[in-house]
Design a protein around this ligand. Structure first.
Ligand code: NAI
Length: 288
């Protein structure tokens, strides 16, 4: 019945005006389209760990979207090299584990609309083989730092809502390891699970003042993965790489740009109704 009515409507709209009929039958044209989506013109962003891997790809993508981006990293020469290549970006020294460093960086900014908490480190081990020092290191860099950096930049992010047209936005780079258990990743899973929890808690704490979301990537081809292969699988890198590919149903590692695109979306006005969300980008890993 519904199908007949739909076909009749399409038939008569085609008779009335063939070009309108085209619009009706083209789902992507059913709502007015902007010339370019996910623009961030005039917005100011800061990406921690922005000098490498997913952070670097995110810096590039946000600049491409029209934003000005602070590349916040402990690797200042790499951040400066990237900034000079891009133009609408500036390097800033920021050690995410240091309250003093965060305060000094925040004092240099007069506007912030988008904070990407990306800096992070990995660790391989079960609960039995994880030392207290390693556990604390992961807690420090991957968890405590997200708390410190978010807290340090919160006043500026709240101002974005008051002084500019859109709410401030935090995008945390979590991981599938915050959603499912992964063998030999005890401390890493713990740390990314905490990032997931902080994302949800902050989203419900400030629903009208800030948007807070997280991306949960599967294994992505970055220096982080190369360092892991070098450190733990020096003699069997290619076999291990093949295993990493095989656990993701699409059969390959992710590309940093594929995570960066999702971060750009979450930072954009198109995601205005999205807060407290965990966006998985993992080649099907957690669906399998
Ligand atoms: P990466 O090792 O390529 O880059 C990390 C960046 O963070 C580097 O530029 C480094 O200098 C910086 N950094 C490290 N400690 C810092 C500190 N204390 N303060 C400021 N900057 C610091 O890493 P990748 O792969 O791009 O990872 C980025 C984020 O994505 C991390 O949080 C990681 O846990 C997460 N992730 C990575 C995945 C992967 O397969 N590569 C998968 C899922 C999540």
């Amino acid at each position: 019945m519904l199908t007949c009515a739909l076909l009749a409507a399409l038939y008569f709209s085609f008779r009335k005006n063939p070009s309108e009929a085209h619009v009706m039958t083209n789902p992507s044209a059913s709502t007015p389209q902007k010339t370019e989506a996910f623009r961030l013109d005039g917005r100011h962003a800061l990406v921690t760990g922005g000098a490498s891997g997913i952070g670097e790809a995110t810096v590039r993508e946000l600049v491409r979207a029209g934003a000005f981006v602070w590349i916040a990293d402990i690797n200042v020469p790499a951040a400066e090299a990237l900034a000079s290549e891009l133009g609408s970006a500036k390097a800033i020294h920021l050690d995410v584990t240091s309250p003093d460093s965060i305060a000094a960086a925040a004092a240099k900014l007069d506007r912030l609309d988008i904070l990407v908490n990306n800096a992070g480190i990995g660790h391989v081990g079960s609960i039995e083989t994880t030392d207290i020092e390693d556990f604390d290191r992961l807690l420090n860099v991957n968890v405590r730092a997200v708390f410190l950096v978010s807290k340090g930049f919160l006043p500026l992010l709240f101002q974005a809502a008051e002084q500019h047209e859109a709410l401030g936005s935090i995008v945390n780079v979590a991981s599938v390891s915050g959603l499912v258990g992964i063998k030999q990743r005890f401390a890493y899973c713990m740390s990314k699970g905490a990032v997931v929890s902080m994302t949800r808690q902050m989203a419900v704490e400030y629903p009208t003042k800030l948007r807070v979301n997280a991306v949960c990537p599967g294994t992505v081809q970055t220096p982080f993965v190369e360092a892991y292969l070098e450190k733990y699988h020096k003699d069997c890198k290619e076999e291990t790489r093949a295993d990493l590919r095989a656990r993701q149903p699409v059969g390959r590692l992710g590309r940093p740009e594929e995570v960066a695109s999702l971060i750009r979306y979450l930072a954009s006005d198109e995601a205005a109704f999205t807060t407290g969300s965990l966006m998985v980008v993992d080649g099907g890993w957690t669906a399998a």
